[in-house]
Design a protein around this ligand. Sequence first.
Ligand SMILES: *[C@@H]1O[C@H](CO)[C@@H](O)[C@H](O)[C@H]1NC(C)=O
Ligand SMILES: *[C@@H]1O[C@H](CO)[C@@H](O)[C@H](O)[C@H]1NC(C)=O
Ligand SMILES: *[C@@H]1O[C@H](CO)[C@@H](O)[C@H](O)[C@H]1NC(C)=O
Length: 228
Amino acid sequence: MARAITLTLLIALLCLTQNSAPQTLPPAKADGFVYTDTAVDSSTILIEAFVDPICPDSADAWDPLKEAVEYYGTRVWLVVHLLPLPYHDNAYVASRALHIVNQLNASATFPLLELFFKEQGRFYNAKTFNMSRASVTSYIADFASRVLGNSYQSTILAGFRNIQTDLKTRVSFKYSASRAVYGTPFFFVNGFLLSDSESPTNVSGWKSIIDPLIAAQEDTSEKLARSF
Ligand SMILES: *[C@@H]1O[C@H](CO)[C@@H](O)[C@H](O)[C@H]1NC(C)=O
Ligand SMILES: *[C@@H]1O[C@H](CO)[C@@H](O)[C@H](O)[C@H]1NC(C)=O
Ligand SMILES: *[C@@H]1O[C@H](CO)[C@@H](O)[C@H](O)[C@H]1NC(C)=O
């Protein structure tokens, strides 16, 4: 018994210390990819989307969200966070590829996310069941190089050997966990979670959430103006 407990403790300790590169929280830069880096002010409506590049529901939700954000222009600010789900075998590698590409060329981040959404079937569990970890990594590096050019394949692969890109992906996971996000896609508007039933699946769904907020902002500023 005592031996079993000691062994359990030892394993627990190993889990804590294994691969323990210096990880300091909070990170130097906030987690998340900003969709269009426009100026924000206190009335900008903040949409935070938590997605997994290998999740079909995230892929389905992306086009309507993107269309809505483009429709509202500078009124909204979209930040995309990655939550690699443990039951999608390649989600962590795909998320890490996004961090690597983001570091090489930030403008290629969303094109790569969209490419994952479009062709994620290649990376589903069954499709890669017989592949080694090394083959999957190089397959994904190859795939990711499509947004930067073939000449970047080895640079992207080298990114997988750089502990910093692992740490960034861990921060994405930790950040999602810290916001109590346990699935994808999850959306927060101005800091508040949209429930499953409120989560829009089309542009009109987004408009029915954002329009009233903009109307309420305008209403408030008119009333204030009139009271002077
Ligand atoms: C960065 O990526 C974007 C989108 O893929 C591309 O249009 C641009 O040319 C790239 N910039 C550099 C310096 O490679
Ligand atoms: C994996 O490989 C085994 C042995 O070659 C084969 O029987 C099996 O069908 C393969 N599985 C998949 C999902 O490709
Ligand atoms: C948009 O989605 C909602 C449910 O989320 C549905 O009730 C509505 O019919 C959809 N609208 C269109 C135009 O597809």
